[in-house]
Write a protein that binds this ligand. Sequence first.
Ligand SMILES: Nc1ncnc2c1ncn2[C@@H]1O[C@H](COP(=O)(O)OP(=O)(O)O)[C@@H](O)[C@H]1O
Ligand SMILES: [Mg+2]
Length: 259
Amino acid sequence: MTLSCSLVVELKNVLKRYHEIIAVDHVNLSIKAGEIFGLLGPNGSGKSTTLKMLLGLVKPESGSVNVLGIDVQEDPVAVKRLVGYVPESSRLYEFLTGIEYLDFIGDIYGMQTKEKKVRIGEYLKAFELEGREGDMISSYSEGMKQKIVLISAFLHKPKLLILDEPLSGLDPRSARIVKDFLHELKAQEVTTILSTHVLEIAQALCDRIGIMYHGKILALGTMEELRQMAMLPDSGLEDIFLKLTGTNDVRAIVEELLK
Ligand SMILES: Nc1ncnc2c1ncn2[C@@H]1O[C@H](COP(=O)(O)OP(=O)(O)O)[C@@H](O)[C@H]1O
Ligand SMILES: [Mg+2]
C-alpha cells in the first residue's frame, strides 16, 4: 500500500447504472486526510451508491475508485479492514445484547481481547449506553441501535469512516455526541465521508461539501463557497438548496449541533 499523497479517497470518472437509471454519473472526487466531507443531495441523487463503491460493495461500470492508496476493485478486503462503514439501513443481530454484538464485531476485525474490551467500555460510556449493554438489542430504541452501529464502525480504529446518513434515528443530544466524536477523530487524522439530505446537518458537521444531484457532483466547496455559488444567477443551486432544507424534525438536532 502506498500513501505517498495525502488523498484518502480518489474517484475518477466513476459511472454506475442500474439498468436504465444512472445512479452515479461520471463522478470525480478527491478527499484529503483528516477532512470531514459531506455528500449532500436529495433522495435518489446517488449518495449511497457512491459510498458503497468506496467499499467495493457496488462495482462501478467504468472509472476508478482508490481508497487509502488501494484500488478498491483489486483489493476490496484490504480496504474494508481500514475503513469503518455505517450503512443507511443496517441490520443488527437483535437477539444479541449490545455488548455481545460489539464483542463479535471486534472479533471479526481480529482485535486483541484486552484492547477490544477497553475500547468497547470507552465507547459505551461516551455514547451513554452504560447500564444497557447487557440488554438484548431488540429492546433498544432506534437511537440506541444507531449508536451500536456507529460504535461498531469506530471500534477497529479505521483510518476512514464512511457514514451513510449517520444521524438518522438519533435524538439531538446523541447527534451532538457523534459530532464531537467526529471532531476528536479528525484531530487524530481520521477522515470522514458522510452523506445527508439535510443542508443544515452538512453545514454543522462538514469541512467541505459536495452537492449531488441526479448522479452528478454539481458543486463542491465549503458551505460558504456553495452559498455564494447558489446566489449566482442561473446556477441552478438555489432551487436545490431549497429542496435540501431540513424540516421541523431536524431543527432540534441542528440547534444542538450548532451549540
Ligand atoms: N440496488 C438498486 N437497484 C436499482 N436501482 C437502484 C439501486 N440502488 C439505488 N438505485 C437507484 O439509483 C439512484 C441513486 O440511489 P442512491 O444511491 O440510493 O441515492 P441516495 O443515497 O442519494 O438516496 C436512485 O434512482 C435509486 O432508485
Ligand atoms: Mg441513500
